[in-house]
Each structure stands twice: as structure tokens, then as C-alpha cells.
Design a protein around this ligand. Structure first.
Ligand SMILES: Nc1ncnc2c1ncn2[C@@H]1O[C@H](COP(=O)(O)OP(=O)(O)OP(=O)(O)O)[C@@H](O)[C@H]1O
Ligand SMILES: [Mg+2]
Length: 373
């Protein structure tokens, strides 16, 4: 190995590897490779540690919201269980592959029949990522395959919505639920990545990323990288430019106007945001998030509950297709009304009817304003 030719070649290889990782998106570069590096999901990870200890894994169905670590965990588990046999003994199918019945008949069955020498007690693993995208027919066809090859093959299905997986498959699997990561958990990982990548940042910048990510670690890491490559410094201002989310301080001010019963000021600010390009969906989502974060001193619990109910009600309307400025101003008017009535001690009744109900009753919807009784 002292041959200068080999030395140069290995240095060149190292350089290329470094270049490749430098260009990698951080979500891949910092994808945990050990269970201990995965943040949150303590109970689930302990379950997996148990499986690694005993060396046996049941069929698994991992379900939960996007970007919380399902794919990562299942790969770490398979890698730890199978070590250097991982390449031969794992078949991974994800949404980029064909998901019809032919895949089950050909790829999955063929792999299940394949002979691979493994340490005693270990099984081959078929990872079906984004399994909720599989057709019902394909899922039906998998029922028997799962049973017939159960001595040699285990299935690990990952999905966002477990109700998209047919009951017989659910009953053949141990169901592992992943929840959204907490703000603290996302922040912890962001701080770690910032240290590793030497990203100049301030606390409010990271808080802003956490606010926009809503428990989705993939989203948080992508925003961090986008902000760093676009502006170098990760501070609040730059983060909100990258995330394209209305600034929570402006939204907070709108809610404060509503609390004071200042309808015109609240509407003016909201419409200004609309003019700058934010959609009613963007706005109502952030209004909900900011309202949730108001503390007891700023907003009493009763008013907060009523505000959230009203915002939820208008969210439904906007999602059902009535995404107009009239709806947004109507919501603000209701928030002002609620706050003023709460101050005067009268009880406030939240709107109960959804758009569908109004339609059923023959009422008009949209810009006529008739829905604001
Ligand atoms: N709990 C976590 N701890 C550390 N990093 C995480 C965690 N969850 C997600 N990540 C990061 O986010 C990226 C995406 O995670 P992953 O692919 O596991 O998400 P997922 O739950 O499978 O999402 P989807 O439902 O969209 O497939 C990972 O590459 C990793 O960098
Ligand atoms: Mg995934």
C-alpha cells in the first residue's frame, strides 16, 4: 500500500466521497444511522431495541405523519439486524416503484422465495415504504405471501395513513405509531446539525424554523439548509423569507386587534398580507398556529378556545372551496365579536354550520355575506 500510485488513488477516492457528501441534501447527509441518533419516539425505539436484542422482528406496520422518522427507523432496524447481509437480505420498494398486483406476484414473491444464508433466527426483510400507495388488489395478494413465507421473510410497511392498509394486513402486523415530533425535539436536532455544519444562527432563527416545520424534521432540515445556502445567517427574517410563511408577529398583531375589537385594523393588516401574495390557506394555517401559542396572560383560556373554534370553522369553509377575502374578513369580524362579548360578560355562540349544511338548507355561500347571520 506504500506504492505512491495507490496512495494517490485512495486520496482521490476520499476527495470524491467528501465532495459527494458536501453536495448532499442535509436530510440525507444527517439521516440517522443508529437508533440512538433518532430523536423522540422513545417507546417505539425501545420496542425496536428489544427486537435487536432478541434478533427477531415481527411483521411491522409503521404509521405516522411525514418527516418524523419512519423510513429512517425501519432502515436502521434492518441494517442492525442483518449487518453485512443487508444488501442481499433486504428488498426495498417505495412509491417510485410500480405498486400494483404484478409487483407482489413477481418482485415480492420472488424475493420471498430467494435463498439467502443468514445467522440463525434472522429473516429476510421486505420494506414496503409508502405502503398506503399500494393498490387494494396488491395488498390482498400480499396476505397469503406474508403467511406462506413467514418462516424466512418479514414485512415492514411504512405509511402515513394506516386506514389505507386493508384490515387483514393490519392484523398480520404489529402496529407501531409515530407521532409528530415536539418543537423541543426538532430544535435539539437543528442545534446539532448547525454545530456540525458550522451554520451561523441565532435562537430566534431556529425557533422560526421549528414554528414553520410543525413537527416535520425533514421540513425543518430542508428549511435550515435553504436558509443557510441562500443567506448564510439563519435568523428569523431570513427563515420567514425562505419558508414563505406569513410572519407570526404580523399575525399576532392581527389577533391582538381582534382581542381589542378593532375590526378595521385587523382587516387592513390581513388584506395587506393577501396583497403580498399569501393565500387564505397560508394565512388561516398560521393564524391557527399563532393563536394556539398565545399564553394565558395575553388571552384567557375561554377566549382562546372560542377563537380556535371560529378559526377551525372558517378553515373548513376555506378548504371546501370558499377561499375568498370575504371569508377571511368574516372570520376576523367573528373573532372581534367574540372578544367584545366575552369582555361584556355575554356568552358567545360559535358558528356551527358547515358549508355543506348551509348548501343543504338552500342557503347561499361565498361573497353574498348571508352566512354572517
Ligand atoms: N426522529 C428523527 N430524528 C432525526 N432525524 C429525523 C427524524 N425524523 C426524520 N428525520 C430526518 O428527516 C428525514 C426524513 O425522515 P424519514 O424519511 O424517516 O421520514 P418519514 O417518517 O419516512 O416520512 P414520510 O412519511 O414522508 O415518508 C431523515 O433523512 C432525517 O434526516
Ligand atoms: Mg418515509
Amino acid at each position: 500500500m506504500n506504492n505512491p500510485f495507490f496512495q494517490r488513488a485512495s486520496e482521490k477516492q476520499k476527495e470524491t466521497r467528501e465532495q459527494e457528501t458536501a453536495n448532499q441534501p442535509w436530510i440525507e447527509k444527517w439521516r440517522p444511522t443508529k437508533l440512538d441518533d433518532i430523536v423522540g419516539h422513545e417507546e417505539t425505539l425501545n420496542q425496536m431495541r428489544g427486537m435487536i436484542e432478541t434478533g427477531s422482528m415481527p411483521n411491522l406496520l409503521l404509521s405516522g405523519p411525514p418527516g418524523c422518522g419512519k423510513t429512517t427507523s425501519v432502515h436502521v432496524l434492518a441494517r442492525t439486524l442483518l449487518g453485512d447481509r443487508y444488501k442481499d437480505a433486504v428488498l426495498e420498494l417505495n412509491a417510485s416503484d410500480e405498486r400494483g398486483i404484478d409487483v407482489v406476484r413477481n418482485k415480492i414473491k420472488m424475493f420471498a422465495q430467494k435463498k439467502v444464508t443468514l445467522p440463525a433466527g434472522r429473516c429476510k426483510i421486505i420494506i414496503l415504504d409508502e405502503a398506503d400507495a399500494m393498490t387494494k388488489g396488491a395488498q390482498q395478494a400480499m396476505r397469503r405471501t406474508m403467511e406462506i413465507y413467514s418462516a424466512t421473510t418479514r414485512f415492514a410497511l411504512a405509511c402515513n395513513l394506516s386506514d389505507k392498509i386493508i384490515e387483514p394486513i393490519q392484523s398480520r402486523c404489529a402496529i407501531v405509531r409515530f407521532s409528530r415530533l415536539s418543537d423541543k425535539q426538532v430544535l435539539e436536532r437543528l442545534v446539532y446539525v448547525c454545530e456540525q455544519e458550522k451554520v451561523p444562527h441565532d435562537a430566534r432563527g431556529l425557533e422560526a424554523i421549528v414554528f414553520c416545520a410543525e413537527g416535520d424534521m425533514r421540513n425543518a432540515l430542508n428549511s435550515l439548509q435553504a436558509c443557510h445556502s441562500g443567506f448564510q445567517m439563519v435568523n428569523q427574517e431570513n427563515v420567514f423569507r425562505v419558508c414563505d410563511t406569513p410572519h407570526p408577529e404580523v399575525i399576532g398583531a392581527i389577533l391582538q386587534h381582534c382581542l381589542n375589537g378593532e375590526l378595521d385594523d385587523a382587516c387592513d393588516r390581513l388584506l395587506k398580507l393577501r396583497k403580498s401574495g399569501y393565500s387564505p390557506q397560508d394565512l388561516i394555517k398560521t393564524i391557527f398556529q399563532v393563536c394556539k401559542r398565545f399564553d394565558d396572560k395575553e388571552m384567557s383560556e375561554y377566549v382562546k378556545l372560542e377563537f380556535l373554534k371560529i378559526i377551525g370553522f372558517f378553515h373548513v369553509r376555506i378548504s371546501e372551496g370558499c377561499a375568498s377575502d370575504v371569508q377571511l374578513c368574516g372570520m376576523v369580524a367573528r373573532l372581534c365579536g367574540c372578544s367584545l362579548e366575552a369582555k361584556s360578560g355575554k356568552s358567545w355562540s360559535t358558528p356551527q354550520k358547515t358549508l355543506m349544511e348551509i348548501r343543504k338548507e338552500g342557503g347561499s355561500i361565498g361573497v353574498s355575506g348571508s352566512e354572517f347571520q
